[in-house]
Write a protein that binds this ligand. Structure first.
Ligand code: NDP
Ligand code: 2IT
Length: 450
């Protein structure tokens, strides 16, 4: 074993010892550190300067109490988080997740991923993530507003347009960002709309931000297919989830001539052999807004088959794009996907495949688009929203979409090139980690021991 490999293995052990009970955080750290042997061989100074040890430690972690009152007048309490992971290349940037599963491990995994993802966009944004274990399911609009106001009453002192810029993620969309921004503005007494992204159009939101994550994933997926001499035209696609990201993917896959035949929710999956298209895509927005959290509603509405409690990974398709949440594809799912002859898996959600599932795909010649590269279009367009806010100007949809296309194509090229340069041709997982890491490491090196 090389000295570099030994160092990386030891560092991973230290991360596990120092951060017990954080399996999702361990999972992402392992994936990144396992990619960096060649980089550390070439740059031994990254070890000497403590860059690797520092990059796995958040600069700051904020945990706070969020009290709120429900519609019956009962006092309720949730836990709020903001993990400010790395600010070497720009202000902390990353979404807020409201979901009952949220804990420190999940916040740290997402914040750590965000460092490299944001670096890959080529834009000046550092890595952060936040959220709460609040469950939006079944909450009234008024409850949502009171919760968001209480959450911001603590968060506001830690964020700012040049310090930390949150946005949406699972369970946080345009409505929630609106309530969060209103409370921030009220407390600060000044109109700093660059403090949050994913805003509504009338108060500084960017055209194409709602579509950006899903469109970006599809552009990335198309680049993967084109590099192998094919395209999404005429391909069948299995998608999981039915939220914001899935909606953007379904829309763009249709535009590029592909057919999405599955969607999933926490209740199971639907199979629509005619394809999710036309008004059915609009219906996805209704399902998301209803807060019912059921994909079965789609089957009831359009008379297609619903498979309760199952995932869509046994369905025979050409391309797989998981867009629900982390660890959605396990080794046994990967086996089914491989057995069905799928050659392309493009990760839409953050870390939807376990490390073992990714290994399995790579061993069987499946081309994998890793989430930190493939879904970076969301945060990239958030950074474009920040630019527009700074200039006090708004670009057209076409202008934003054109920039997004260029950014996704550059991310594909840089990840693919880095993989090749370091002797891992066609391993975009390793390539994205290397390309994202080097820029941050160089910035940290230049800025001294901070
Ligand atoms: P949404 O809240 O809009 O939608 C997610 C949907 O997927 C919800 O309906 C959710 O239901 C459902 N879901 C959650 N877990 C599962 C599961 N295990 N199986 C099936 N469905 C499930 O979230 P987004 O679409 O914004 O986010 C989806 C993923 O994409 C997340 O991993 C997120 O981190 C990632 N992402 C989002 C970006 C963005 O800009 N929005 C940018 C980059 C990545 P439930 O509420 O029950 O969980
Ligand atoms: O995971 C992600 O990249 C996001 N949820 C988007 C973050 C952002 O700041 O737009």
């Amino acid at each position: 074993m090389t000295k570099s490999k030994q160092f990386l293995n030891d560092l991973f052990k230290r991360v596990v010892d120092r951060n017990p009970n954080e399996p999702e955080f361990h999972q992402t750290v392992k994936e990144v550190l396992d990619s960096l042997e060649g980089v550390v061989e070439k740059h031994p100074e990254y070890i000497e300067l403590g860059i690797l040890e520092r990059i796995v430690e958040p600069e700051r972690q904020i945990i706070f109490r969020v009290p709120w009152q429900d519609d019956s007048g009962k006092a309720r309490m949730n836990r709020g988080f903001r993990v400010q992971f790395n600010s070497a290349i720009g202000p902390y940037k990353g979404g807020l997740r409201f979901h009952p599963s949220v804990n420190l491990s999940i916040m740290k995994f997402l914040g750590f991923e965000q460092i490299f993802k944001n670096s890959l966009t080529g834009l000046p944004i550092g890595g952060g993530k936040g959220g709460s274990d609040f469950d939006p399911r079944g909450k009234s609009d008024a409850e949502m507003m009171r919760f968001c106001q209480s959450f911001m009453t603590e968060l506001y002192r830690h964020i700012g347009p040049d310090a930390d810029v949150p946005a949406g993620d699972l369970g946080v969309g345009g409505r929630e960002i609106g309530y969060l921004f209103g409370q921030y503005k009220r407390i600060k007494g000044s109109y700093e709309n660059g403090v949050l992204t994913g805003k509504g159009l009338p108060y500084g939101g960017s055209l194409a931000r709602p579509e950006a994550t899903g469109f970006g994933i599809t552009y990335f997926c198309q680049a993967m297919l084109q590099s192998k001499g094919t395209s999404l035209e005429g391909k069948t696609v299995a998608v999981s989830g039915f939220g914001n990201v899935s909606w953007g993917v379904v829309t763009k896959v249709n535009e590029l001539g592909g057919k999405v035949v599955t969607l999933s929710g926490p209740d199971g999956y639907i199979y629509d052999p005619d394809g999710v298209s036309g008004e059915k895509i609009e219906y996805m927005l209704e399902m998301r807004a209803s807060c019912r959290d059921r994909v079965q509603d789609y089957a009831d509405q359009y008379g297609v088959k619903f498979f309760p409690g199952e995932k869509p990974w046994g369905v025979k398709v050409d391309v797989v794009i998981p867009c629900a949440t982390q660890n959605d594809i396990l080794v046994e799912d990967a086996e089914k996907i491989i057995a069905n002859g799928v050659k392309f898996v493009c990760e839409g959600a953050n870390m939807p495949c376990t490390n073992e599932a990714v290994e399995h795909f790579l061993e069987h010649g499946v081309y994998v688009g890793p989430s930190k590269a493939a879904n970076a279009g969301g945060v990239a367009t958030s950074a474009l929203e920040m630019s527009q806010n700074s200039m006090r100007l708004a670009w057209t949809f076409e202008e934003v979409d054109t920039r997004l296309k260029t950014i996704m194509s550059d991310i594909y090229t840089n990840s693919s090139q880095a993989a090749e340069d370091y002797g891992h041709k066609d391993n975009l997982v390793v390539g994205a980690n290397i390309a994202g890491f080097i820029k941050v490491a160089e910035a940290m090196k230049a800025q001294g021991l901070v």
